[in-house]
Design a protein around this ligand. Structure first.
Ligand code: ADE
Length: 225
């Protein structure tokens, strides 16, 4: 998989790719991630990439020309499965979307900034819009990092068997059951007996029950379908 991220703040988004599971995925060549500074496609030598909105109103809007130049250059080099725009006014990211996107070869992610992008970018260039939640961030960079993390960990070979993504919360529309490690007793709190029993069918049954009960209590909306 290859991911090209277009941003006005490359330094802001780089560090999540430099640690832990995501770094190892990059080191193992399971994914390539490239950062493109939108200012390199600016309209003039002063780095102009945004302007006031027509009709008045606070906040600058990213212009279509620099974005089009950058995306056209990338599209001239390879075919992209999706060109994604990170924005709060879009469908919310969930595990199903991450699963689907993890099957793609090449993706571009455009990070919004300031007041967003000229609407014509969204109509002409973007194939999918994603929000990471019902709140407004200062830009799309943190959202893009979240999206990339959730996609990259699903690429075969990125997680070992022991951390398989198939047992993650949400993969079966349920939250994960609780987990415990040593010591088996801490102050008055004991690890549930069944987990120490060695009876694996019983343990599986207990985990399924716990996952269901937790979901019912914390996220009943997940059970509605
Ligand atoms: N940019 C600003 N807020 C955002 C959000 N909630 N999700 C994705 N991109 C954003």
């Amino acid at each position: 998989m290859r991911i090209d991220i277009i941003t006005v703040s490359p330094e802001l988004i780089k560090s999540p790719f430099e640690f832990s599971i995501i770094k190892r995925a990059i080191d193992k060549n399971l994914v390539e991630v490239y950062f493109h500074d939108l200012r390199e496609y600016a309209l003039n030598e002063y780095g102009k990439i945004d302007d006031y909105q027509f009709g008045g109103g606070a906040g600058m809007v990213l212009m279509i020309e620099p974005i089009d130049k950058c995306i056209s250059k990338l599209k001239g080099e390879r075919t992209y499965d999706e060109i994604i725009y990170m924005t709060p006014d879009a469908p919310t990211l969930n595990q199903q979307t991450a699963n689907t996107l993890s099957l793609n070869e090449n993706m571009i992610i455009l990070c919004g900034h300031y007041k967003g992008v000229d609407q014509r970018v969204r109509e002409l260039l973007i194939t999918k819009e994603i929000s990471i939640g019902d709140y407004v961030l200062s830009g799309g960079e943190l959202g893009a990092a979240v999206l990339c993390d959730t996609i990259i960990r699903l690429i075969p070979g990125v997680l070992g068997d022991e951390t398989s993504a198939l047992t993650d919360s949400f993969q079966d529309d349920l939250l994960s059951p609780p987990v415990y490690t040593r010591p088996s007793e801490y102050n008055d709190l004991k690890v549930p007996k069944v987990l120490l029993s060695g009876n694996f069918p019983k343990i599986e049954e207990w985990r399924n029950e716990q996952a269901f009960e937790r979901t019912k209590k914390i996220r009943p909306d997940l059970l509605e379908d």
